[in-house]
Ligand binder design. Structure first.
Ligand code: HEC
Ligand code: HEC
Length: 205
């Protein structure tokens, strides 16, 4: 795994942002006033409950989320202050670090799972496309813009779908996710989140 020493610039809001932190050290032990990412995101970035999995997710996508959180386009009481305290260089380094972390795959659920229908075919009577049409076969993600959702925690997936549905998250390009989430029922959100949480995620390049 490759890492570059993070060189630092003074913070924007008066705070001094992270200095020369090795990504693995910041991830596991914290540093420069930042808590260890692992304390919330899990020892290997596998996620737990409402704390999303970071391991194996596309680096450019993680970087966009950290920038959105740091600059207020996406809001979260716990994560926004952390992203704001990271320099742009640290955000870049941590995105690369977690994207390159591979985790063992789990056994996939079958087509009989209650979330399989919405995942694969959507609910066209309510203008909801199948999730895989944008997130790729098996929810593995496509390029930098469509993140993998397979192997993500069910609580985090359902929280994001609820947030888009209610308009609390709105940093998606041209409202694609807001449109997809709006037509889903609470039960479909629960089932489709459980379905993707059980699909194996392949590490992104
Ligand atoms: C106090 C707990 C906590 C700590 C410590 C923490 N995070 Fe987070 N992080 C969260 C939560 C909760 C979310 C989900 C926010 C939401 O639901 O919108 C999140 C979201 C994220 C996301 C967006 C993921 C996605 O798929 O959209 C990234 C990237 C991230 N964190 C990176 C980090 C990094 C890097 C560190 C360490 C420097 C870190 N986090 C430390 C709680 C934490
Ligand atoms: C029309 C395309 C499209 C469809 C259909 C779609 N998505 Fe998305 N989804 C996106 C885009 C684009 C993003 C990235 C948003 C951003 O940049 O913040 C995204 C992001 C997400 C995220 C946030 C991931 C993270 O780590 O932050 C979740 C969860 C998600 N989608 C779940 C779903 C589910 C479940 C379905 C099916 C019901 C679905 N999506 C259907 C385009 C789509």
């Amino acid at each position: 795994m490759q890492w570059t020493a993070v060189v630092v610039l003074a913070g924007t809001a008066g705070a001094v942002q992270a200095q020369s932190v090795n990504p693995a050290t910041l991830a596991n032990s914290g540093g420069d006033g930042l808590a260890a990412c692992a304390s919330c995101h899990g020892a290997q970035g596998e996620g737990q409950g409402a704390m999303p999995r970071l391991a194996g997710i596309n680096a450019a996508y993680l970087r966009k989320q950290l920038d959105d959180l740091a600059e207020g386009r996406r809001e979260h009481a716990l994560m926004s202050p952390i992203a704001k305290a990271m320099s742009p260089e640290t955000r870049e380094a941590m995105s690369g670090y977690y994207a390159a972390t591979a985790l063992p795959a789990s056994a996939p659920p079958g087509d009989a799972h209650p979330g399989a229908r919405v995942a694969q075919r959507g609910a066209w009577d309510r203008n909801v496309p199948g999730c895989v049409q944008c997130h790729g076969p098996g929810g593995r993600g496509v390029g930098d813009a469509f993140p993998p959702i397979a192997g993500q925690t069910a609580d985090y997936l359902s929280a994001q779908l609820e947030a888009w549905k209610a308009g609390r998250r709105s940093n998606d390009p041209i409202g694609l996710m807001q449109a997809a989430a709006r037509g889903l029922t609470a039960e479909e959100i629960r089932d489709v989140s459980d379905y993707f949480s059980k699909l194996p995620m392949e590490a992104s390049r």
